[in-house]
Design a protein around this ligand. Structure first.
Ligand code: QAP
Ligand code: CO
Length: 174
């Protein structure tokens, strides 16, 4: 297994639309395992393939308390959304920032699992929010798109500055 590099907002590749996975083969298994390792190491509760620069419709999630219940959704499709709920969200591609987002309270989703077998899942609470957040990634959307433009701009400027400073430090070290 290998830890993968995570793209950071406002990286333009995070705005691409991910394409469906046609065959769940060995290479997909390896990607799922590497994404889980990357997510657990962060630590995080959800990661989409597009965040590790692989524009395929694949997400991994683990919202369990003990971080021992990995969930893999390949080509996920939302069947229904119900209710509304507000929750503080973060994102591995937006490090250090958390904002309140309004989403559906319950979601029903169908997908393929790591073995390529179809399943459906009804979720509420944190898992429901996480599923919606991760499926947004597959459509080039980020949680910062759900907050005010002013807040989004503030986050973008700060992360751009962080990037410039780490590039500068890198040059200094060389
Ligand atoms: C999406 O996000 C999510 O800023 C998954 O410095 C988050 O795993 C859905 C993380 C919250 C619903 C609620 C963020 C790690 C992890 C950071 C994550 C950070 C380190 C975010
Ligand atoms: Co995210």
């Amino acid at each position: 297994m290998a830890k993968l590099d995570i793209l950071t907002f406002p990286e333009p590749r995070l705005r691409n639309t991910a394409r469906p996975i046609e065959r769940v083969d060995e290479s997909i298994h390896r990607l799922v395992d590497d994404m889980l390792e990357t997510m657990y190491a962060a630590p995080g509760i959800g990661l989409a393939a597009i965040q590790v620069n692989v524009p395929l419709r694949l997400v991994v999630i683990d919202t369990s308390e003990r971080h021992d219940t990995p969930l893999c959704l390949i080509n996920p499709q939302i069947l229904s959304l119900e209710g509304t709920e507000q929750m503080d969200e973060g994102c591995l591609s937006v490090p250090g920032f958390y904002e309140t987002v309004t989403r559906a309270e319950r979601v029903s989703v169908t997908a393929l699992d790591r073995g390529g077998n179809p399943f459906t899942l009804d979720a509420d609470g944190l898992l429901a929010v996480c599923i919606q957040h991760e499926i947004d990634h597959l459509n080039g959307k980020l949680f910062v798109d759900h907050i005010s433009m002013l807040k989004r701009q503030r986050i973008r400027r700060k992360l751009e500055k962080d990037r410039r400073q780490s590039a500068e430090a890198q040059r200094g070290a060389a």
